[in-house]
Design a protein around this ligand. Structure first.
Ligand code: 1GP
Length: 245
């Protein structure tokens, strides 16, 4: 089954959680073990990406190690054209909608598209929108950050993404930020869109995840918590049970 179909079908049942792993942060074997525990905790997919420092070989080995341990879809979340691997099931083929630099809106995509074709991986068109404070993604992607108190601006970007044919909208607050994206921003964006809304950045607990889901997020992404916790399975379970409870 295509990953996009898997996502849409699962979303009919409940809100989803994806675990983001940065291939640069641990060995492939450790990543495989983290993915296994995340799967046991109820996560629905493993995303792979990082804003800087992704090396092709590490990425390949990491995905292969994850595939040995779980049957979850592996989805590339590339910071640049280097973040691609033929071993992944799909790529979030994304445009950083509010970058000041055309490279992140269409340049990297032009460079990467023929590679995606040759690799034969499924491309899922996605609008990527970075909200204040934006973290590393905001800095590296040269984003003109959407102010936290301007939800209508985020919604306008989201609608533009939908009308351009993108299948998902990712609201990014920035990895490791103190306060996740405000609930009101998520609610206003969701009220305007028909495509699923993904939310990530600073979500650390079941309570944070539930708040975002009640506000309207369809898919919750967490990255930092699996790097910080000693018990990946338990931490992910805390999030997924809050989403489904
Ligand atoms: C980063 O939104 C993701 O792209 C995840 O953020 O690391 O804060 O969970 P965290």
């Amino acid at each position: 089954m295509e990953v996009q179909t898997y996502i849409l079908e699962k979303l009919r049942e409940h809100k989803l959680h994806f675990t983001l792993l940065d291939p640069d942060k641990q060995s492939p074997d450790e990543a495989g073990e983290m993915a296994l525990q995340a799967a046991q905790g109820g996560t629905n997919a493993i995303m792979l990406g990082g804003s800087i420092g992704v090396m092709q070989n590490e990425l390949d080995q990491t995905i292969l190690a994850i595939k040995e341990k779980t049957t979850l879809p592996t989805i590339l979340f590339p910071g640049d054209v280097s973040g691609m691997s033929r071993h992944a099931d799909a790529i979030l083929f994304m445009s950083l909608l509010n970058s000041r630099n055309p490279y992140f809106i269409i340049g990297a995509q032009v460079a990467g598209a023929p590679v995606v074709k040759r690799m034969g991986i499924e491309a899922i068109p996605m609008g990527y929108l970075i909200v204040e404070p934006g973290g590393m993604a905001g800095y590296v992607g040269d984003a003109r950050l959407v102010p936290r108190e301007k939800p209508e601006l985020a919604a306008a970007y989201g609608l533009a993404a939908q009308y351009l044919g993108m299948k998902l909208l990712y609201l990014e607050g920035g990895s490791g930020i103190e306060e996740p994206i405000p609930a009101e921003t998520i609610t206003v964006v969701k009220s305007q869109l028909d495509i699923p809304v993904i939310v990530g950045g600073g979500i650390r607990s079941g309570r944070d995840a539930k708040k975002a889901a009640i506000a309207g997020a369809d898919i919750i992404i967490t990255g930092t918590i699996v790097e910080d916790t000693g018990d990946v399975r338990k931490k992910i379970e805390e999030i997924t049970s809050a989403l489904r409870g």
